[in-house]
Design a binder for this molecule. Structure first.
Ligand code: SAM
Length: 276
């Protein structure tokens, strides 16, 4: 069933701890995006979709082993009430059902941009030893991990995804240029008229260093070029700093970035300094 076109992103969180989200979604950009009606977030208590007296959401694993596993029935019933497109047609319908999982595809800025373009995003939070595998194979259309470590539940992951996605929804951040010049942003450059900062769009590198007043804080001075330099010098310094930081902290990113001839020269320059 094709989705109804909406001018906001609808996010549904499925969790056994709905109160967990009091706080993480109530501050800063996420809060403002909600208040401005750019994103609507509904939290669904998985226990409301159980049918037994004890509101049981988990059970022992077949085959034995430690811990409990979230049962499939309440999760399927909760998602089914949303009347989404069939699993195979979701992405083309601008919808996605995500299972938070340590075994999922690693969340990154590219994936955040993709999710920010959807109209409907459902986030299923696992707990205990995990979720019945059929949720991943027959209900969710993707599994996402927020990093190579094991958390006790998917709730923190859902909050991380919502924060990263919300700030990419057009209008959520006051100055849209600021999301374009951040670390990892690999989208199109902004126009030359935007001044020295926005023309330094990160292009997939880590962000360049930022400084504010005072220019001299306890004897630690802001780089001279930022205080007295011209736009071209500032732009070059920022690009060089971004390359240097990326080389030091995340050299893997350099393989995915399109480097200009000037970038390569700057990189050779900073690589020489890093080795020294
Ligand atoms: N037995 C699972 C494994 O080894 O992959 C770990 C289960 S974990 C204790 C419980 C739940 O936390 C998972 O079902 C998932 O929803 C969530 N979770 C744990 N680590 C995560 C991560 N790195 N990213 C996203 N969600 C995670």
């Amino acid at each position: 069933m094709p989705s109804v076109v909406k001018d906001f992103v609808q996010i549904d969180i499925i969790t056994i701890f709905p109160d967990f989200f009091r706080g993480p979604l109530d501050f800063g950009i996420v809060r403002r995006a909600r208040e401005a009606g750019l994103v609507k977030i509904d939290i669904h208590d998985l226990r409301a979709f159980t049918r037994d007296r004890h509101r049981t959401v988990d059970d022992r694993p077949f085959g034995g082993g430690a811990g409990m596993v979230l049962k499939p029935e309440p999760i399927f019933e909760c998602v089914e009430q949303f009347k989404l497109a069939p699993r195979a047609e979701r992405v083309t319908s601008n919808q996605s059902v995500v299972l938070l999982s340590a075994q999922g595809k690693r969340f990154d800025q590219k994936l955040a941009s993709e999710l920010a373009g959807l109209q409907r995003l459902v986030l299923i939070c696992g707990r205990y030893e995990g979720v019945d595998e059929r949720v991943g194979t027959h209900l969710a259309d993707r599994e996402i991990s927020i990093g190579d470590y094991v958390l006790s539940g998917g709730e923190l992951g859902a909050a991380v995804i919502i924060d990263a996605v919300a700030r990419l929804i057009p209008g959520a951040v006051g100055n849209e240029a600021s999301t374009r010049q951040e670390s990892f942003f690999a989208g199109p450059e902004l126009g030359e008229t935007s001044g020295p900062s926005s023309t330094c769009a990160s292009g997939g590198l880590l962000d360049y260093p930022h400084f504010t007043r005072p220019a001299d804080f306890r004897g630690i001075k802001v780089p001279e070029v930022l205080v007295n330099g011209n736009h071209e010098d500032i732009k070059r310094w920022r690009r060089r700093s971004a390359l240097e930081k990326t080389l030091q902290n995340r050299p893997d990113l350099l393989d995915q970035v399109k480097l200009s001839k000037e970038d390569k020269d700057l990189l050779a320059e900073v690589a020489g300094e890093v080795k020294r």
